[in-house]
Design a protein around this ligand. Structure first.
Ligand SMILES: [Zn+2]
Length: 177
C-alpha cells in the first residue's frame, strides 16, 4: 500500500517526505484495519483498510459487526517493557505490584492476536460453569494453542485458537466434552 496523498498536493506547497519516513508511514498503514466480530458465535477476524464484503461469519454464517478503523499491530514494545520492569524493580515503583503486573501483562501480549475473549462469557455461551482464568489458560495451552492473559480484562485471554477450538477446550476442561 502506498500513501499517495503527498503526490496529490501541488508540488510547490509541500516538501516531499524523506523515503524512510514515507516507508515507516506505509508500514504503519499496513497495520491499520478493522476487527470483525460475530455476536452469534464470537468468531473474530481482522481485515485491512480495503474492507470489502461479504461480511458473513465463516463459522456460523451470521452477519459480522465491524469495529474500526483501528491499529491492528502490537500495542507495546517488548524490550521497552522489559527495561521498564528492570528500572522499576530497582526503584520505589517496584513495590507497586499492580503496576508491575500490568507492565508484565502488556509485555506478554506483544505478538498476540487482536482482541480477547472473556472466559466467563464463553462458558455461559456453551452452558458450562465458568472457571478461573489461569485454569482456562492451562487448558488452552494443553490443547496445543498459545494463550495469555490480557491487561484489558482480568477474565480475558488472547489466544491463537479458533473459536471452535476454544469452545471445545472449555467444554472438555469442564468435563462436558
Ligand atoms: Zn459466527
Amino acid at each position: 500500500m502506498s500513501l499517495g496523498l503527498w503526490y496529490a498536493q501541488p508540488s510547490n506547497t509541500r516538501t516531499p517526505p524523506d523515503s524512510s519516513s514515507a516507508r515507516r508511514a506505509d508500514r504503519s498503514l499496513e497495520e491499520m484495519g478493522y476487527l470483525l466480530h460475530c455476536f452469534r458465535c464470537s468468531h473474530r477476524r481482522t481485515v485491512g483498510l480495503d474492507l470489502k464484503g461479504p461480511l458473513d461469519c465463516e463459522v456460523c454464517g451470521a452477519h459480522m459487526s465491524v469495529g474500526g478503523p483501528l491499529w491492528l499491530g502490537d500495542l507495546a514494545d517488548s524490550s521497552f517493557c522489559g527495561e521498564m520492569l528492570e528500572a522499576s524493580e530497582r526503584s520505589v515503583v517496584g513495590s507497586n505490584r499492580r503496576l508491575m503486573e500490568m507492565v508484565r501483562l502488556v509485555r506478554g501480549e506483544v505478538g498476540q492476536p487482536v482482541g480477547f475473549h472473556r472466559i466467563d462469557k464463553l462458558c455461559s455461551m456453551i452452558g458450562v460453569a465458568s472457571m478461573p482464568t489461569e485454569e482456562a489458560l492451562d487448558a488452552i495451552r494443553d490443547a496445543g494453542r498459545g494463550a495469555v492473559r490480557t491487561h484489558f480484562d482480568r477474565r480475558g485471554v488472547k489466544t491463537n485458537a479458533s473459536i471452535n477450538e476454544l469452545l471445545e477446550t472449555l467444554r472438555c476442561a469442564k468435563g462436558a466434552g
